[in-house]
Design a protein around this ligand. Structure first.
Ligand code: NAD
Length: 549
């Protein structure tokens, strides 16, 4: 598909009232932010709809949009309508190289910018994002499909990391030992890495990048963000916001695309670290390839999160939590609960309560007051629906079949209502695979020990929860469970920004979790300086190894 500059955006300036423009969006080209009109691109033709212009999402390099040769591109859809709404450019190696060059050049000045000034830019970004978070939420809903309240929640969780990063002068403070040896002082400092890359998944187009870039930038690095090609516009909107906040050009860059862009990032010698979030096979690939090229890599992968319900738990609270954590954002959350482990004899009562609550859930366009929106693409919707057949064939009891549910949205949307399986066993594909959709499985076990065994035998280790009123059992679970993030009567235990986010086993490759102090350490390298100011009495030659006297 050839993209040509044709004419300024007319749709955009007139589009605020269009029926498919999300509430709060300034125009149909909101993915662009405030890009000059002469840089707005439209397709000259498009399969199936000749002559229909679509906004194009370009890269963002050195403080402005970049088109590059635009030889490859992808379609962005509104999952609630099934309509193709934009074209996103796919980066070539040259586009990535241009972004890295811009970042490397900006790094020379940014790393020397005072902590006070960096913190001021962070504070300005925080204020702007807080004022305008409704716009960003509308973009997320239009491209991801999640309901607006959930999109707003996503932005708010990202904001928390920005707020954490505002404290950068304190976070990178080193230590100092006066008189470590005679006339010798020792101090430690942390320095930025240089050009760092963030590669993010479709399910949190704002929050996941914000787990990393506020801290990376605050630490003095320059960032290349490669967001998901499925919902790319949030990244450009954020890039424009950084400019408004006073961040120098080149400190935050965006390249869009697929494996070609990712591979160039992984191989580029100037890229010093990679923070990846996505599915486990790609996370493993990114980790292995990036580290082979000498980079620092943190690669967060997929998940299969279990919620254990002990017999003494409040079953109404547990049922509410299972429904909220299982079906929020259509189950497309890495911390979604996908397996409820019911410790007998409460399974019947729990399944009944969950089923009752599911009947009240509404599914529809994220701009309406529905509880749950559509899935991200038609292919993903069909893949998830395929698991409903697979589960039945394997012998699980399909208690609620989402395919039967009436949906309040456009017929071409990627709809699948919540589904519930009971009597699932660990050998079934609906248990083994990460479905990443609104499908909840109940596994029945006889005891706490059996529940623990199920959770620990699973190859993923992202999040888990236990519901109980027994403090002793909860404490034992916290100690014994092999999972990175644990909730006690909290179904989605996403850590606050000043702690670190990340799983164990196949849910994270590398050593560093996201944000918190681990984030600061990831984006800096430590240096220890030993200083001696000679006094007039110093003299003599000594070839021995330096000693502390
Ligand atoms: P994905 O792995 O398909 O894509 C993630 C990123 O990798 C995207 O930017 C994509 O363009 C790129 N990519 C895809 N295939 C690639 C390839 N072959 N080579 C190089 N790059 C490639 O993931 P997704 O479908 O966008 O997101 C959903 C997945 O992300 C789920 O598995 C979910 O559990 C996981 N996730 C994990 C966390 C976590 O914290 N552990 C958080 C959010 C999402």
């Amino acid at each position: 598909m050839v993209i040509r500059i044709r004419r300024p955006c007319e749709r955009g300036v007139n589009a605020a009232g269009r029926s498919d423009a999300p509430d709060g969006a300034r125009c149909g080209c909101y993915g662009w932010g405030r890009v000059p009109d002469d840089l707005l691109l439209h397709e000259t033709s498009r399969a199936g709809a000749p002559g229909v212009p679509l906004p194009v999402v370009p890269h963002w390099v050195d403080g402005k949009p970049r088109v590059g040769d635009a030889a490859r591109s992808g379609e962005v859809t509104n999952p609630a309508t099934g309509a193709v709404t934009k074209t996103v450019l796919f980066a070539t190696a040259d586009d990535v190289d241009a972004a890295v060059r811009a970042a490397a050049t900006a790094f020379r000045g940014w790393r020397r910018t005072s902590l006070t000034k960096r913190a001021q830019v962070l504070f300005a970004f925080r204020e702007l994002l807080n004022q305008r978070k409704g716009e960003l939420a509308a973009i997320l809903t239009a491209e991801h499909g999640k309901v607006l309240s959930d999109a707003l929640g996503e932005v708010t969780r990202g904001l928390e990391v920005v707020e954490f990063a505002c404290g950068i002068p304190h976070l990178v403070k080193g230590s100092f030992s006066a008189g470590a040896s005679t006339n010798v002082d020792v101090h430690s400092t942390r320095q930025p890495l240089g050009v760092v890359a963030v590669i993010s998944p479709f399910n949190f187009p704002a929050m996941v990048p914000m787990w990393f870039f506020p801290i990376a930038i605050a630490c003095g690095n320059c960032v290349i963000l490669k967001p998901s090609e499925k919902d790319p516009s949030a990244a450009n909107w954020i890039a424009a916001l950084w400019s408004d906040a006073g961040l120098p050009a080149g400190v935050f860059n965006v390249v869009h695309g697929d494996k070609i862009a990712v591979d160039r990032i992984l191989e580029h010698p100037e890229v010093k670290s990679v923070s990846f979030v996505g599915s486990t096979p790609v996370a493993r690939y990114v980790y292995e390839t990036g580290t082979r090229h000498g980079k620092r890599v943190q690669a967060l992968g997929g998940a299969k999160n279990h919620m254990v319900v002990l017999p003494d738990a409040d079953l109404d609270v547990a049922a509410d939590a299972a429904v909220n954590a299982g079906f929020g954002s259509a189950g497309e959350r890495c911390m979604a609960i996908s397996v409820v482990v019911a410790v007998e004899p409460i399974a019947d009562a729990l399944v009944e309560r969950i089923t009752k609550r599911m009947a009240g859930l509404t599914v529809g366009d994220g701009r309406s007051d529905a509880d749950m929106g559509p899935l991200i693409t038609r292919a993903h919707r069909d893949r998830v629906a395929g698991y409903l057949d697979a589960g039945v064939e394997a012998g699980a009891a399909l208690v609620v079949d989402g395919r039967d549910h009436r949906v309040g949205g456009a017929p071409e949307g990627f709809w699948l209502a919540p589904s519930l399986f009971d009597r699932v066993t660990p050998s079934m594909s609906i248990y083994r695979d990460e479905i990443f959709g609104p499908v909840l499985s109940v596994v029945r076990v006889a005891s706490y020990d059996d529940a623990l065994q199920v959770v620990n035998a699973n190859p993923y280790g992202n999040g888990t929860a236990i519901f109980t009123n027994d403090g002793g059992a909860a404490r034992r679970f916290e100690d014994e469970v092999e999972v990175g993030m644990v909730g006690i009567n909290v179904a989605i235990p996403v850590p606050v920004a000043y702690y670190s986010f990340g799983g164990w086993k196949h849910s994270l490759f590398g050593d560093a979790h996201a944000h918190g102090t681990e984030g600061v350490q990831f984006f800096t390298k430590g240096k220890v300086v030993t200083t001696r100011w000679l006094d007039p009495r110093h003299a003599g030659i000594n070839l021995g190894f330096p000693r502390n006297d």
